[in-house]
Design a protein around this ligand. Structure first.
Ligand SMILES: Cc1cc2nc3c(=O)[nH]c(=O)nc-3n(C[C@H](O)[C@H](O)[C@H](O)COP(=O)(O)O)c2cc1C
Length: 197
């Protein structure tokens, strides 16, 4: 697939199932490759991923349903629950983290760039998320990007044995696309780019 075609094929896919036709080991190796070749400032390689499948994936979304029960009430909770059950219906979830121990080390070593390192940490994690999202699409799988970070971070650290310094950035449910999303509207790209000669 050509690069632009690959970018165009990625959408936020919400109607996902577990019925994928690619092996677990192939997915793992593919994600390892994407993680290895995504850049980072000073080659710090602070990005971290955890891939949840099977029971562990279901457990995450069940826990979020429990958490949301205490926050969202009545009819609105039913909608929230349906949405979260949708994510649970996917094959797996990729959790994206940044190891802040790596970032803090760099901040100590290079005080001149102190503020930049925390910004770059978010940027390089976004690069990884995008690469994974497009990469999954190239393999015919769908995904969406979720941010329940503050609600679920402690639970994840405790139950999935994650170091305290790993900061949770995003959750990406992925799986077989059951009902393809429509392409969103794009504003006039000429209003977003400036070329000077
Ligand atoms: C930084 C970032 C944060 C996002 N957060 C969420 C989110 O929390 N939940 C969600 O459903 N989509 C989220 N999205 C997806 C966007 O809403 C979506 O990419 C955008 O509307 C364009 O649609 P498309 O992905 O189908 O092209 C996020 C996207 C980005 C880049």
């Amino acid at each position: 697939m050509e690069f632009l075609e690959a970018l165009k094929s990625r959408h936020s896919q919400y109607a996902l199932s577990k019925d994928i036709n690619i092996s677990q080991i192939e997915i793992e190796n593919y994600l390892k490759g994407i993680l290895t070749y995504t850049p980072s400032a000073f080659n710090s390689q602070s990005q971290r991923m955890m891939v949840l499948v099977g029971e562990k994936h279901d457990q995450l979304w069940n826990q979020l349903i429990e958490i949301m029960k205490g926050i969202v009430k009545g009819k609105q909770f039913e909608n929230t629950k349906a949405k979260l059950n949708g994510f649970k219906g996917a094959y797996g979830t990729i959790l994206f983290f940044d190891d802040m121990a790596v970032i803090e080390d760099l901040q100590e070593q290079y005080p001149l760039y102190k503020d930049n390192f925390s910004k770059w940490s978010v940027e390089q994690n976004g690069m990884l998320q995008s690469n994974v999202w497009v990469g999954l699409s190239m393999k015919g799988m769908g995904a969406s990007l979720q941010h329940y970070n503050e609600l679920i971070e402690e639970y994840i650290k405790t139950n999935y044995d994650i170091p305290q310094k790993w900061e949770l950035r995003a959750q990406m449910p992925f799986g077989k696309i059951e009902d393809p999303a429509k392409e969103k509207e794009h504003m006039d790209v000429n209003k977003r780019i400036v070329v000077k000669k």
